[in-house]
Design a protein around this ligand. Structure first.
Ligand code: PEP
Length: 254
């Protein structure tokens, strides 16, 4: 795995035609660029995973495929509507986003579900991008580290009991997602250091920690300068080729 990662999370956006327009333009730009030690991840809706990955194979365009979620059920079976980690691996995914705050809040995913999803991802040799982060209320109450450490306990307990190849954590303050507001550089630096140290103490190893929450071309250059920020998880700004490539370029320049 590269030292830096920029991952796009398209969420529930785009139709086939828009996927094709994006991938076409994106691959034309990417083919001419040479990024050293940087992995670019595109996470489309499940339906378009194969469509997106087909561009890499046809255009030798250098990105990795990510899924936005995975079932907490392992293997295969009678789980209507679910998608298993093995199926994601089978269609070419390398990464899977787990524990995104939208799923924690809108779909009531709790820590035990998040843990089961990490287990399932690791079993299929997918790299989980585990999202952690506090709500606005929790930040106001000074609970950021407490909340993040509970969420990281899931990562640590699964990693200890199941083993792992690679893991990525994304620090995504819930109040910064899709709002245009970001924490100050000092606040981000503090939480990233906290996450890095906690994981290192528990697992004896450093893991990439991405920042997510209103990353855009206007702020990505300064955000990537923050110590222990190893890249970004990008929502809204990943929907346009221009803004996503601008963000990728700012990470590549660091
Ligand atoms: C996200 O949902 O993971 C995210 C970071 O969204 P946005 O970039 O739109 O804030």
């Amino acid at each position: 795995m590269a030292d830096r990662i920029v991952a796009a999370n398209w969420k529930m956006n785009k139709l086939k035609r828009e996927v094709d327009i994006f991938m076409d333009q994106f691959c034309k730009i990417l083919r001419d660029l040479n990024y050293d030690n940087l992995e670019i991840v595109i996470s489309p809706p499940y339906l378009y995973l194969e469509r997106v990955i087909s561009y890499r194979d046809i255009n030798s365009c250098n990105f990795y495929l990510g899924a936005q979620d995975v079932s907490s059920f392992r293997g295969f079976g009678a789980y209507t509507g679910e998608i298993s980690s093995k199926q994601l691996k089978d269609v070419g995914c390398k990464y899977v986003i787990v524990g995104h705050s939208e799923r924690r809040q809108l779909l009531n995913e709790d820590e035990s579900t998040v843990r089961a999803k990490i287990v399932s991802a690791l079993e299929a040799e997918l790299v989980p991008i585990v999202c952690v982060g506090e709500t606005g209320e929790e930040r106001k109450n000074g609970e950021t580290e407490k909340v993040v450490s509970v969420q990281l306990d899931s990562v640590i307990s699964v990693a200890k009991s199941n083993g792992y190849n690679s893991l990525v954590v994304a620090y995504e303050p819930v109040w910064a997602i899709g709002t245009g507001v970001t924490p100050t550089c000092e606040e981000i630096e503090k939480v990233h250091l906290f996450i890095k140290e906690l994981l290192k103490d528990a697992l004896g190893k450093e893991f990439p920690v991405l920042y997510g929450g209103s990353v855009k071309p206007e702020n990505s250059g300064s955000l990537i300068e923050i110590a222990n920020v190893d890249g970004f998880l990008v929502g809204g700004a990943s929907l346009s080729v221009k803004s996503f490539i601008d963000i990728v370029n700012s990470v590549a320049r660091r």
